[in-house]
Design a protein around this ligand. Structure first.
Ligand SMILES: [Zn+2]
Length: 484
């Protein structure tokens, strides 16, 4: 038996300026590089991405893995349509060259929008279904932030989304999808499907799967063993018709699928008033953190989350830390390649009269002026140890730890969500020992820091990853922001 596999991931923030280009898919910071054919297994080995989990299922079996392409770009603005088309052409072309196969495994984000298509995954899946015909099983592993469309559900026999946010089950999701694909390839009957979309959009901070009401709703779905339930919470910073939470039910009969879908939809509809986002200003968050004695207080700068298309260089929280003289606080991190290079060139103990951050767009806030003392520098190459990036070879480019008025900030050339303690270790610090640890992340930071944090404070300094969805001008989305 031969199983073809491909991966293509991008989470598109349609409100972010600029386009995502072909070269952005070559080397996404913190994630494996673009790879094709025989190079894929080695490129993904030991990483946490879904296709790595899927490939592990095929190991030690007599099934032949036929990897086609794996590629990802960091969350950002719409993908230039020609760049998407080139990647779709390559997947389709490589698949065609390998036919016949017995099944197709796909790892997709589920929230990719191009300059010409709001539902890029729907387009890709439709195209691949046409190519292989109606009989070949296709199973897909998706991100929890998928903006699920009818076109996607129709083209795939079954789909599996991450069950966790922070995403600590990416490889497991790939493994679950692959196991199901093998059942279908060996002749198990195709499931009946039902697809429903919730009537609202959820801000990212209301989506944590360890928090109420999401935790309880997921548990209710898991307890239901007569059907397979897939829930996606949606990526709300996308002005596309399918943005928002949705569900797909897979069952033995259409009646069973529809009944379960209606019941699950009702549970989510009733839960809407319970979704909430408790946020304060950066100044309030810093003041509150400084009154807590127990280490470390974690402050999350939730609206500058590069994992949601944030610029990773907003300065609202850094200004607030300096103004409050938050001695010993660390901010991870500001993407500012110029500052990082200047610090590395000058060396440890140099004092630099440079500004940090605030370079990307006016929304990033004013750059933070010096003088900055260089506390530590690094080459930015390390191996991930946190639950999301464990085993990944990470290349951030030159990185530096700068200090002013007792406040420390890491600067680096690349964007990366602050869910990876290895970056902090790399510059000689231990996150558990810090009085205040500030992270640019909405929810993923919880995977690495929730257990060690004495308290978590969410602050809403200005940034592109807004939690106040009512402030955005949605023109295509059919759904309204939840009451949060
Ligand atoms: Zn996600």
């Amino acid at each position: 038996m031969r199983i073809a596999l491909a991966g293509l991931q991008h989470e598109t923030n349609t409100f972010a300026p600029g386009l995502t280009e072909a070269e952005d898919f070559l080397a996404p910071g913190g994630w494996p590089k673009q790879s094709r054919g025989d190079e894929i297994e080695a490129a993904l080995a030991g990483t946490s991405v879904p296709m790595a989990g899927a490939l592990r299922v095929l190991k030690h079996t007599d099934i032949t893995a036929v990897p086609l392409l794996w590629t990802m770009a960091l969350p950002s603005g719409r993908v230039r349509h020609a760049a998407f088309e080139a990647l779709a052409d390559e997947i389709a072309g490589r698949l065609q060259d390998q036919l016949p196969v017995d099944g197709l495994f796909l790892e997709l984000h589920g929230a990719m929008a191009t300059t010409e298509d709001d539902d890029a995954e729907g387009a890709l899946l439709g195209r691949l279904r046409t190519l292989v015909g109606p009989d070949l099983p296709i199973v897909v592993a998706l991100d929890l932030h998928t903006n699920l469309s009818a076109r996607m559900v129709a083209a795939a026999d079954q789909m599996f989304a991450y069950l966790t946010y922070p995403h600590i089950d990416m490889a497991d999701t790939g493994a679950r999808a692959m196991k199901r694909l093998l059942e279908l390839a060996k002749g198990a009957p195709r499931p009946a499907k039902a697809f429903r979309q919730m009537a609202y959009l959820l801000p990212l901070v209301a989506q944590g799967t360890g928090s109420s009401p999401v935790e309880g709703l997921y548990r209710a779905a898991e307890a239901r063993t007569d059907v397979d339930t897939m829930i996606t919470l949606g990526f709300p910073l996308a002005d596309v018709p399918d943005a928002g939470p949705a569900l797909a039910i897979y069952a033995e009969s259409q009646d069973a699928a529809d009944a379960a879908a209606n019941e699950t939809l009702q549970q989510w509809t009733q839960a809407e008033p319970q979704f909430h986002a408790h946020l304060c200003t950066a100044a309030q968050g810093v003041e509150q953190a400084m009154q807590i004695d127990k280490h470390p207080v974690v402050i999350a700068d939730v609206q500058d989350n590069p994992g949601g298309g944030g610029s990773n260089d907003t300065t609202g929280l850094l200004h607030a830390l300096i103004e409050a003289k938050a001695e010993g606080a660390l901010l991870v991190h500001i993407a500012d390649g110029e500052a990082a290079k200047a610090a590395v060139d000058a060396g440890v103990d140099a004092v630099l009269d440079i500004s940090v951050g605030g370079r990307t767009d006016p929304e990033s806030g004013a750059p933070v002026p010096g003088p900055w003392r260089v506390v530590a520098v690094g080459d930015g190459q390390f191996t991930g140890v946190g639950p999301m990036y464990a085993g990944a070879s990470i290349e951030m480019g030159p990185v530096a730890l700068l200090e002013q008025a007792g406040v420390r900030v890491i600067v680096a050339g690349r964007r990366m969500q602050a869910s990876e303690p290895a970056l902090i270790h790399h510059l000689g610090l231990d996150p558990a020992e810090l009085p205040i640890l500030c992270v640019k992340s909405s929810v993923h930071f919880r995977g690495a820091y929730e257990k060690m944090a004495s308290e978590i404070i969410l602050v809403a300094a200005p940034g592109r990853v807004t939690m106040d969805l009512a402030s955005l001008n949605y023109s295509s989305s059919r759904r309204r922001p939840a009451s949060a």
